[in-house]
Design a protein around this ligand. Structure first.
Ligand code: BGC
Ligand code: BGC
Length: 849
């Protein structure tokens, strides 16, 4: 509770730097106090002509047509015929969905599908009213779902630039690229103000500073939609924008995606509301409800926040769209039925696949009065208002199908400018950078020539995974940018991902004069990207090894760090002479060379000007670190960033002891929560043959004796189904590369907890294991417990860690946090595997201790 504030009075600085005081009483309860929200007028004056047109349309609409308007389905699951038949109001393409299921669909293919949906929506042959459909897409760093688009740096990098005017230009460019494909609406910007950097959407946030988010939200909305006073506002080359995710998405406890935000209302308004207070006056037309809850109540069903605050107090007259099946989290709701969300103030359901069932149920609820007529009419009125304002009835699409806009030179130049301005220089011993280019430059690291890694999540695919060079026509890697510039300046740059080099590496026979090492996080997106620890390469450290090897060879080392959030990198900092945070720069990798190198005469070409949008941690426990926090002791403060000429001040001997668990309370140790959590990786062990489980489905070689597949328990792919055919005995193991000290979990009476589902009661031996290297294992028979479960249903199991210890597990050096072994045929599923402090007492399986 009150995660970021403690003491009886804490300060929350609002955008204008007036200090607002929070008292203890306010922190304690979620008592509602509408006064903490400013009273805003609607951004646009009511337009009687528009309202009259809406009334006219609505008089003719049947209740079926009205319900159709409030449904948004996904293009994989709906056809133009369906749109016509059910009078569906909207479609979206999710991350990684393309027309015809083809990643390489051309802009023309996108446009054709869009035209087909439009025509279907305007088809009145069944006697209905023609209402244009609206198509939404996540253009969150450029039109990132389409191959060939310009990919701008992710928001966190833009935050470092502190340049709202540039943000506006990026909005304009993005709108144009989207408009080419016939998409009317983008689910951007994300205006989350992040508190716990372990959240997997931290990079979608501009900053932890509400003032930066406030300024950017306005600029981006104006860039995407146009200025509200312009004649072509929302039309022509402009789009409809979304402020998301309302509200408090960045403030969930422990940074858990879709979790609970427990701050007092004043903080909700002043910190998490900062972007809304500027996006709404700028005229943003849609707001997306968030998955998260506020003090236990889900936003999708939050009448007070959606209706009383957003629509009434903040004067929002556009429409509230749900997030991906987000309504199903509301108590009493399911994916296909949720009157409560509409009644609370949601105007449009985002219901990708189950739209038909939801449509029928909602229609029944509307007919039965479970959803009031007035509320349904208000939702439809809001949707029609936005459609009219956006000119969808006129269907004027000046950019539709135009060649030469998507990924054009001008937009790529702008993205490159954004890359330059996003770079934050943290360390620069002896002014190593900017580097003179007329030298031998060794370019090292798996991020140097890797467009996937430099682009991050929400890139062509949802998680940004599975992309190769072919998926980025027109893009430039960081290495390519360096290579071209250095070559043109009389030097030579050579790529060596491993860092190895020899006497023949450089044409001039010399050794490297400097090494530029590019490394960092692998792509991820929402909720898959949540992490348990902010330590970079926890349990691995292969990049550190490269830095050290170069250092040992006497080569000055520049780190270029690709990341979606601040991470604990003291070791990497110590091993680098200079350290640049490049965030997730996107398609224009040349922007890095622009700043990293001087001209051939040693003159600075572009200053390092990026300022940290997030505070940088000195210790591993500093996951919630911002100036609004009482104990603010960052390694680098919010706003830090060296200029090209400034002296570096950071020590070369930062503490390398992460002090992970000695400070503060011991938290749950996640092993597999949605996905395996670092340092743990999931492996199939088929009679000794190990297979690493990487995709959604993986099987042991040859006869697929053991299979692991991702399935849904509560949310997408949060569980794993495991099947043993029984040809040989085998196991699934959660293993780390190096031994982990988990002894504090044993000391603090923890239990291993997991959710399981058995498809049939096992009649043979099934064991749970914790391993600690060769011959060191604690194994427990599990079948009698599994036999008590009801087949086909999920149940949770908890085992006192002491039981594993008594059987021989040494928690001081754990190599496998959990394994399940079976000798014969078995089908079961597992989820949420974790060590929970204090849970031993009530564990299902207990031991003496
Ligand atoms: C979709 C994404 C969506 C996600 C929600 C994915 O399958 O492609 O667009 O955000 O599911 O869980
Ligand atoms: C995400 C949203 C996104 C939507 C559609 C959801 O899972 O939370 O940000 O707009 O999917 O892809």
């Amino acid at each position: 509770m009150g995660a970021i504030l403690s003491g009886c009075e804490s300060e929350v600085r609002s955008s204008n730097n007036n200090a607002a005081k929070l008292t203890n009483g306010e922190q304690a309860a979620a008592s509602q106090n509408i006064e903490v929200w400013p009273k805003l007028n609607p951004a646009l004056d009511p337009d009687p002509a528009v309202e009259a047109k809406i009334s006219h349309l609505m008089e003719k609409m049947t209740i079926e047509e009205k319900v159709g308007q409030i449904i948004q389905a996904e293009i994989k699951y709906i056809t133009p015929e369906d749109v016509k038949k059910y009078h569906i109001g909207s479609v979206l393409n999710g991350g990684g969905t393309y027309p015809n299921n083809d990643k390489f669909s051309s802009p023309q293919d996108w446009l054709e599908l869009s035209e087909a949906f439009f025509k279907a929506s305007m088809d009145t042959s069944d006697g209905g009213v023609a209402i244009p459909i609206i198509w939404g897409s996540d253009a969150v760093h450029g039109h990132n779902n389409i191959v060939g688009a310009t990919l701008f740096p992710h928001n966190i990098g833009l935050g470092a630039a502190r340049d709202p005017e540039m943000i506006r230009r990026i909005g304009i460019a993005t709108a144009k690229e989207v408009a080419v494909t016939g998409v009317d609406w983008t689910f951007a910007p994300t205006i989350a103000v992040v508190r716990d950097d372990r959240w997997g959407r931290t990079y979608e946030s501009y900053s932890e500073d509400p003032a930066v988010v406030g300024a950017y939200a306005q600029a981006m909305v104006e860039g995407l939609q146009g200025d509200k006073s312009d004649a072509d506002f929302l039309r022509g080359e402009n789009l409809v924008a979304t402020a998301k995710h309302f509200i408090g998405d960045g403030g969930t406890v422990r940074g858990i995606d879709r979790g609970d935000n427990q701050v007092p209302e004043r903080e909700l308004a002043e910190v998490h509301g900062a972007g809304y207070l500027s996006a709404l006056p700028a005229g943003v037309q849609t707001v997306m409800a968030s998955f998260n809850s506020w003090n236990g109540e889900r936003l999708h069903g939050h009448r007070y926040l959606l209706t009383n605050v957003l629509k009434e107090r903040l004067g929002f007259d556009g429409f509230v769209v749900g997030d991906w099946n987000g309504h199903r989290f509301v108590p009493g709701c399911s994916v296909d039925s949720c009157a409560a969300a509409i009644n609370a103030g949601l105007d449009m359901f985002m219901v990708p696949s189950d739209w038909k069932a939801l449509y029928h149920n909602t229609l029944e609820q509307a007919k039965a009065g479970e959803i009031g007529t007035e509320r349904l009419n208000d939702a439809v009125r809001r949707i029609l208002r936005v459609k009219i304002r956006a000119g969808l009835f006129e269907h004027i699409r000046p950019l539709a199908g135009k060649d030469g806009i998507l990924g054009n030179k001008e937009h790529r130049e702008l993205a490159r400018e954004a890359v330059r301005k996003s770079l934050v220089l943290l360390k620069n011993n002896e002014k190593l950078v900017p580097i003179n280019p007329s030298q031998n430059v060794l370019v090292v690291g798996d991020g140097a020539h890797n467009l996937s890694k430099q682009s991050g999540g929400w890139t062509i695919s949802w998680q940004g995974t599975g992309n190769t060079r072919e998926d980025f026509p027109g893009a430039t890697t960081i290495f390519e940018g360096i290579q071209a510039f250095v070559a043109a300046s009389g030097g030579q740059a050579v790529l060596s991902e491993s860092g190895d080099f020899s006497a023949s590496t450089f044409a001039n026979g010399g050794g490297p004069d400097v090494a530029v090492v590019v490394y960092g996080e692998e792509p991820y997106a929402e909720w898959h990207g949540d992490i348990a620890s902010i330590e970079y390469q926890l349990g691995e450290k292969s990049d550190l090894a490269k830095l050290k090897a170069l250092r040992d060879a006497g080569i000055p080392v520049v780190s270029v760090f690709l990341t979606g959030r601040p991470l604990w990198v003291n070791k990497e900092l110590n091993a680098s002479d200079a350290f640049v945070v490049a965030w997730l720069p996107g398609s224009e990798g040349q922007g890095i060379a622009d700043v990293l190198f001087t001209d051939e005469n040693g003159n600075v070409r572009y200053e390092f000007s990026g300022k940290l949008p997030f505070s940088w941690p000195e210790f591993v426990h500093q996951t919630v670190l911002n100036p609004y926090h009482d104990e603010y002791q960052p390694l680098f403060a919010l706003g830090y960033g060296l200029g090209s000429e400034s002296e570096s001040t950071v020590s070369n001997r930062l503490s390398e002891d992460g002090e992970t668990y000695s400070i503060g309370e011991l938290e749950d140790a996640w092993v597999l929560v949605s996905r395996p959590r670092a340092p743990w990786g999931l492996y199939i062990d088929d009679a000794g043959t190990l297979t690493s489980v990487t995709g959604n489905r993986m099987a042991s070689p040859d006869d697929e004796n053991i299979t692991v597949a991702s399935i849904d328990m509560e949310s997408q792919e949060d569980a794993r189904a495991i099947s043993w055919k029984g040809a040989r005995s085998g196991a699934v193991r959660l293993m780390a590369n190096s031994k982990q000290d988990l002894s504090r979990y044993l000391a603090e009476s923890s239990a291993l907890m997991l959710d399981v589902r058995v498809d049939r009661k096992p009649s043979h031996s099934v064991t749970a294991e914790v391993r600690c290297g060769d011959g060191c294992v604690g194994a427990l028979p599990l079948q009698s417990y599994l036999a008590e479960l009801e087949p086909g249903s999920w149940a949770s199991i908890s085992i006192d860690l002491q039981c594993f210890a008594e059987q021989g597990a040494d928690f001081g050096r754990v190599s496998e946090a959990f394994a399940l072994a079976s000798e014969e045929e078995l089908n079961m599923a597992v989820a949420n595997i974790r060590y929970v402090p204090g849970a031993a007492e009530n564990a299902m399986v207990k031991c003496a201790g």
